[in-house]
Design a binder for this molecule. Sequence first.
Ligand code: BES
Ligand code: ZN
Ligand code: ZN
Length: 480
Amino acid sequence: MEITIGNGHDAEVKVCLLFQHMSLDSLPIAQQPHMKKAGELTWFFGREGEPHTLVAGLGERNEFRLETLREAAGAAGRAVEKEKFSKVHVSLNEITQAAADHGMTEQDMAAAWVEGWLLGTYAFDTYLSEKRESSVSLLSLAGEDDRGLAAAVQTGKTRAQGTVFSRDLCNEPPNVMRPQVLAERLAERFAPTEVAVTVFEGDALKEHEMHGLMAVGKGSKHAPVFIEARYTTDASAPLIALVGKGMTFDTGGISLKKGRNISDMRMDMGGAAAVAGALDILTHMDVPVNVAVLIPSAENMPDGGALLPGEVIRFANGVSVQVGNTDAEGRLILADALIRAQVLGAETVVDIATLTGACAQALGPEMAGVWGDDNLLAVMRDLGERSGDRVWPMPLIEQYDDLLKSTYADTQNITNVSYGGAITAALFLRKFVDPASSWAHIDMAGTMEHKKTKGYAVEGASGFGARLLADFVMTKSRET
Ligand code: BES
Ligand code: ZN
Ligand code: ZN
């Protein structure tokens, strides 16, 4: 599909965006209030040769956000594809004033429209015999090229492509997406870029004292790997480490998960997918950054050689951990990566992981939880509200740290209480973070997948975190 800036004179479909208390004199069609509700789509089909009109409701003008536009674009994209139309035109001109009132520029809107359209029409069809081919060959946006709209379109594309990369990685079935395959996919993706991808496996893991990763991975015949991707366009900029949990499948290990369908645990590498997607976006943004993406990846399996509850792991930073439950494996592999971030000298460290069911319970599928330094929490929250990858600040309750005490090691990977599971997981991770660095931890267990298709969400992996973390790196880098 080609995306251009133009007047849409040869468009088959014109998409019209309407707020609740707005009507367009230029439209010779009935504009009823219900059509203007956010998420509403109404077709007016033209007679032979005449263009069709698709009215997309945006809801209340004073609640307008970029997210409204992304959602409308995603839904409109699917509606147009369903009707098998080919050339589409959309005008954002009529809503420019409303956008300006909310501090959004025309460029913001164009980027959001493209991003929403591309993400909403996403399909993971690798394993479908009948591929889902899009009928749309041209999407044009009303406007003049000299208003920076072409660059905005490119930004929208870049952000969608990075998110699609995340979704694709995460949607792969677990018999395909093994740790080594994850490493290969990253190496392949970044080969044409300036990103340097290094993969540690086998003895290299021993040399680097990745004891958590080796312990968690030892029950699987698919060996664990540690992926390190460095992207430096400004070597003088302070290093930002992005750490992503890459469990290609989490059975729970010897503490086997049971009683429900656990096939979702193929997406337990959602954090890895997020940091990979963020890096993908950054490589297309032409910004001065210094980033290290760190992905510990393993498959958590029960086996004769698997990690046993009761084992003690001594980490490279000297902390010994009693394994109370092999299903709390994410924090064990993240610990190695957090130590690695310190070794590399990262000033800012953000980890993202499908870490706890407790977080998913607390916040549901719309927001991830974020813990850590107050200033990072505030930045993350703002960026999330803008990008749609929403996060909510959560507390590190010092009093709960005692719950992680163990009688025969420095700490244990679970608590013996049923409350605060997402918080104690964060407190556990903090033990491996350089106190001199600033740190944020994102638990995306609830947001890793969409259960249904709506707006620009498509059933399956959400691609959560790619845009958020790319924005975070760009914001941080701008500060210095
Ligand atoms: N990968 C899971 C967390 C998870 C649950 C992600 C649901 C997405 C959806 C994690 O490794 C895990 O199993 N956590 C345990 C921790 C517990 C044993 C302390 C959990 O949340 O139950
Ligand atoms: Zn687990
Ligand atoms: Zn897990």
